[in-house]
Design a protein around this ligand. Structure first.
Ligand code: COA
Length: 254
């Protein structure tokens, strides 16, 4: 597995840890591919009862690597990002997220596919797709309004407003908000171990029954979003927004 994604299987819990601290765990193609491989290996391995996706005690992820957006536009049904999104959308084992610090873009939208989400009270969740001249991805245009209602989803997706982990728990985007740092990782581990001790057949069937209708629609929406996203990524608005981020200057949209 990649050095940018650490993997550990202990006591029936597969923990995937994003590990690119110098870039705030920005996700590269290599990391998406490793995440997809980790989730698929969990699906295929009877000894895995639950999965944790986490960053460090400081940072979950700053989302897709912006340089990759510029140089190697993700997208297409065979791309690593798409492979990851499909894998998490259809994961057969419970997926638990532990969120400290920034969770930007796909860092927040991947949470919509998880079964349990634990967030630091001061975690920073944000989906700045419109701000970057892009559009919602990962099925979020369907999953977010379904979860929060239209107005709250629109606030987060159209304005790209940042919310704290405490607020995320208040509005139902996280199960619980906790003291920042290790307590968040501990809460995820504790929940995963509790799941690992439950009857696996019943856990997996129950997860499937809860998710299968939603996952099917999310998958279809993801495809449509993906086509728009790939087109917008090549457009002038995204080019300016992404160049501005890399050049550390404000974007100007004419
Ligand atoms: N892609 C590539 N590099 C990124 C990145 C990303 N998504 N997010 C952060 N980095 C890099 C920064 O360019 C910087 O690199 P440098 O040290 O070589 O200059 C380094 O990671 C540290 O980031 P910095 O912005 O200085 O940290 P911060 O603590 O002030 O802010 C964030 C953290 C996550 C809030 C901020 O980096 C951010 O908003 N990132 C962009 C997120 C984004 O737009 N993602 C795409 C969503 S679709």
């Amino acid at each position: 597995m990649s050095q940018q994604l650490l993997s550990d299987l202990t006591d029936g819990v597969l923990t995937l840890t994003l590990n690119r601290p110098d870039k705030k765990n920005a996700l590269t193609r290599e990391m998406y591919a490793a995440l997809a491989a980790g989730i698929k290996s969990a699906d295929a391995d009877d000894s895995v009862r639950a999965l944790i996706i986490q960053g460090s005690t400081e940072c979950f992820t700053s989302g897709n690597d912006v340089s990759d957006f510029v140089n190697e536009a993700p997208g297409g049904p065979n791309s690593p990002v798409y492979d990851f999104l499909k894998a998490i959308c259809h994961a057969t084992k419970p997926v638990i997220a532990a969120v400290n610090g920034p969770a930007v873009g796909v860092g927040t939208t991947m949470l919509l596919h998880c079964d349990l989400v634990f967030a630091a009270s001061n975690a920073r969740l944000r989906m700045p797709f419109v701000n970057l001249g892009l559009c919602p991805e990962a099925g979020s245009s369907f999953l977010l309004p379904r979860l929060l209602g239209h107005l709250r989803a629109a606030e987060l997706l159209l304005l790209g407003e940042e919310i704290s982990g405490a607020r995320a728990a208040e509005i139902g985007l996280a199960n619980r908000s906790l003291e920042p740092g290790q307590p968040v990782l501990d809460a995820a581990r504790d929940a995963a171990l509790r799941i690992a001790a439950l009857p696996p057949g019943s856990v997996q069937l129950s997860k499937r029954l809860i998710k299968e209708g939603v996952a099917r629609t999310a998958d279809e929406v993801m495809e449509r979003e993906g086509e728009h996203f790939a087109r917008l990524l090549r457009g002038p608005e995204a080019r300016e927004a992404l160049a501005a981020f890399l050049e550390k200057r404000p974007a100007v949209f004419r």
